[in-house]
Design a protein around this ligand. Structure first.
Ligand code: ATP
Length: 429
């Protein structure tokens, strides 16, 4: 630690089963390479001798099973070596999943249960390392030639697309530690908020839609069915958060529940799932390397994710600013909006806002700085059940001329004419 002022090249020797934990500084990237031995970053092996450029703020661990020598060039926020890690436990889980995948592939029966590979759901409190464990399990599986499906239900800090969405994508190669998951047509549903309490019913509806589409895809694809899925979840595990976890386990038919870093959650889940003999609830140790992130950091991370969508991870994309007439775009909100407070209703009446009602939105300056999704829906009635093609960012509203200016990944017509708005905002910096 405390190497903030050094920027010369230095070597780090790692003993077997240990890891180098790095927090890249806020302002400059860090170069890193493997000099000898073998090492991996969250399940993806480092190529020998090639310099990797780790972007600012990245927090990672370089782990070695048998020993390695690394070289670093640049300053870090912190870097230190740890020889106590939960990696053996994690790789043991991977081995069990591998066996189940092979069994599913070898099964010739028509029984859909036996040709289904493991459906793993990773749960735990915030900052317990859920995304990281999901990533490792996916990368280890991909390294062995499987194409498992990654399902990300974390609307706050998702890894597949921008915040406010739930999404799924097949993982065909170990995940690149710098570039992340390639965005080749993921299946994305737009929830539009970064916390599920905004509209719990909508969240459930979208999880169900996603599950149904995946189920259909698996029916026609024995290989991906056998590879199974890894589902990452939100860190909200109490009250409604807990209810949503149970809903996800049930809706996606998860059969392996990995509980990170909380005994109480493990025991609660074990108890409610005990009458489902085909569901295993497994407790796993949280890594001491997981970095806690406060609300401000999370907000910033969300903002970077949106920036990355439009400008690319290495500023390598050029989004296009488009101008449309108000009459060209059809914008909808899902849910009745803020419900009438009980105090405003007659005694005994329940607030009647339908959480999944489609509400047409008039274009006005309230839309400024919001991120909207472009639905694949052909008719307004299809919006709720449709996945989205991408996103636009509203940069100007000219009420007088009835013109709306928005940023899109490219020029030209949008892939759909129905847009969905929630509460997802972004201030371009
Ligand atoms: P959330 O609260 O958003 O659900 P999470 O439980 O998914 O969080 P991760 O995103 O996996 O947690 O981890 C939090 C941060 O810690 C990430 O930036 C991740 O890269 C980092 N991290 C995880 N494990 C390690 C490690 N062993 N060494 C260093 N950094 C790590």
């Amino acid at each position: 630690a405390g190497s903030a002022s050094t920027s010369s090249i230095r070597q780090v020797k790692l003993d077997r089963e240990s890891e180098l934990r790095i927090e890249v500084g806020n302002d400059s990237p860090l170069r890193l390479r493997l000099l000898s031995g073998n090492a991996e970053i969250f399940g993806t092996e480092l190529p020998p001798e090639i310099w990797l450029t780790l972007p600012p703020r990245l927090k990672i661990a370089v782990f070695t099973w048998y020993g390695a020598t690394l070289e670093m060039d640049g300053a870090t926020e912190t870097d230190y070596t740890a020889d106590e890690t939960p990696m053996i436990g994690y790789v043991n889980v991977h081995a069990i999943l591998e066996a189940r995948r092979s069994r599913a592939r070898a099964s010739s029966s028509d029984d859909s249960g036996s040709t289904q590979g493991p459906r793993v759901i990773v749960v735990g409190p915030t900052d317990s390392g859920k995304s990281t464990l999901s990533r490792m399990l996916l990368s280890w599986a991909a390294k062995q030639g499987w194409k498992p499906t990654f399902v990300d239900l974390d609307i706050g800090q998702g890894s597949i697309t921008i915040p406010g969405c739930i999404a799924a994508t097949p993982i065909e190669l170990p995940i690149d530690p710098v570039e992340g998951i390639p965005l080749e047509m993921p299946l994305v549903y737009f929830y539009g908020h970064t916390t599920p309490s905004n509209n719990v019913d909508l969240y459930k509806v979208l999880v169900k839609e996603l599950a149904q589409v995946l189920e259909r895809q698996f029916t026609g694809n024995a290989e991906s069915r056998a590879a199974g899925m890894v589902i990452n979840t939100m860190g909200w595990i109490e009250g409604v958060g807990y209810e949503l976890l149970l809903h996800a386990i049930d809706t996606l038919n998860a059969n392996v529940v990995l509980v990170l870093g909380q005994e109480k959650l493990w025991s609660m889940l074990k108890d409610v799932l005990k009458n489902k003999p085909n569901v295993d609830v497994v407790k796993l140790q949280k890594s001491g390397g997981v970095v806690s992130r406060n609300a401000k950091f999370r907000q910033k991370a969300r903002s970077y994710r949106i920036r990355e969508y439009f400008y690319g991870p290495a500023n390598d994309l050029s989004p296009h600013s488009n101008i449309a007439n108000f009459s060209d775009l059809f914008i909808y909100r899902i849910g009745g909006g803020p419900q009438a407070p009980r105090s405003a209703l007659p005694i005994g009446a329940e607030p009647a806002a339908d959480p999944t009602r489609l509400v047409p939105v008039n274009i006005n300056r309230d839309l400024l700085h919001l991120v909207l999704a472009v639905s694949f829906a052909k008719e307004p009635e299809e919006i709720m059940s449709s996945n989205v093609a991408g996103f636009v960012y509203i940069t100007d509203i000219d009420i007088q001329r009835k013109k709306i200016t928005y940023l899109a990944p490219s020029a030209g017509e949008l892939p759909g004419k129905y847009l969905i708005v929630g509460t997802l905002t972004w201030i371009e910096t």
